[in-house]
Design a binder for this molecule. Structure first.
Ligand SMILES: Nc1ncnc2c1ncn2[C@@H]1O[C@H](COP(=O)(O)OP(=O)(O)OP(=O)(O)O)[C@@H](O)[C@H]1O
Length: 225
């Protein structure tokens, strides 16, 4: 799906990540891990095409798909005067007519999405009245509904309690099982080990990319620095 050829991510001419070679396979589920400031978010934005590479190339095959994007929480504006149901419905727009609006089937999918994240009883609540965890549940419902071929999540569980994290992790697993490709920046190594078959571990000087169950040293064959 995405081929990286000596890709260096960063800002302008300032390199942040080491040089990366490899392929994000369609249908794969990869955790991007590493210390604060090592460039995980910068790499994710580069892989999404939001930032140009400092050097090297990025090749989409067959072409850049629709991306479901979940930004870090602090970058989001929590003060919208719209309801939870309105926000989740936006996930259906790519597949429905702007003029006809949501039909009965699409509306049922919106409610299914809300139910999956335990937010059905808050459908009419305005977004500004939500807690941080409820807001994240709402964004996951929208992303689940969107069914984008590629889903990118930047620290989706930061500041989220264990119960909510578990509910949201189940949605990521479900999206993966439906064939969607998952790339997620994470800090929780237990969660990575349990759920993510692939890991891309960034360091300042090097990177290790391969099967999660292998140690970074064992993974070095799958990683090009
Ligand atoms: N817009 C920007 N322009 C220049 N440098 C930036 C910009 N945004 C981030 N940086 C720098 O790039 C480096 C990597 O930042 P990035 O947010 O990618 O790290 P991260 O690994 O995701 O960190 P964290 O785990 O703390 O979220 C940091 O030194 C940061 O200061």
């Amino acid at each position: 799906m995405i081929e990286l050829d000596h890709l260096v991510a960063g800002y302008g001419s300032c390199a942040i990540t080491p040089s990366l070679c490899g392929v994000v396979e369609a249908g794969s589920m990869t955790a991007i891990v590493g210390a604060n400031g090592c460039g995980k978010s910068t790499l994710l934005k580069t892989l999404a095409g939001l930032l140009p590479p400092v050097s090297g190339t990025l090749h989409w095959s067959p072409s850049r798909p629709v991306i479901g994007w979940l930004a870090q929480r602090q970058t989001l504006d929590l003060h919208f005067p719209i309801t939870v149901q309105d926000v989740v419905s936006m996930g259906a727009w790519p597949r429905i007519s702007l003029f006809r609006g949501l039909n009965r089937q699409a509306r049922a999918r919106v409610f299914e999405a809300l139910e999956r994240v335990g937010m059905l009883n808050m459908a009419k609540t305005t977004v500004e009245a939500l807690s941080g965890g409820q807001f994240q549940r709402m964004l996951f419902a929208r992303m689940w509904l969107q069914q984008a071929p590629l889903v990118m999540l930047d620290e989706p569980f930061t500041g989220i309690d264990e119960t909510t994290s578990h509910v949201l992790m189940e949605q990521i697993v479900d999206m993966h099982q439906q064939g969607q490709t998952i790339l997620a920046v994470l800090h929780d190594s237990e969660r990575v080990k349990r759920y993510f078959p692939q890991t891309l571990r960034l360091d300042t000087e090097s990177a290790h990319w391969g099967a999660t169950e292998l140690t970074p040293a064992q993974n070095s064959g799958a990683c090009l620095v």
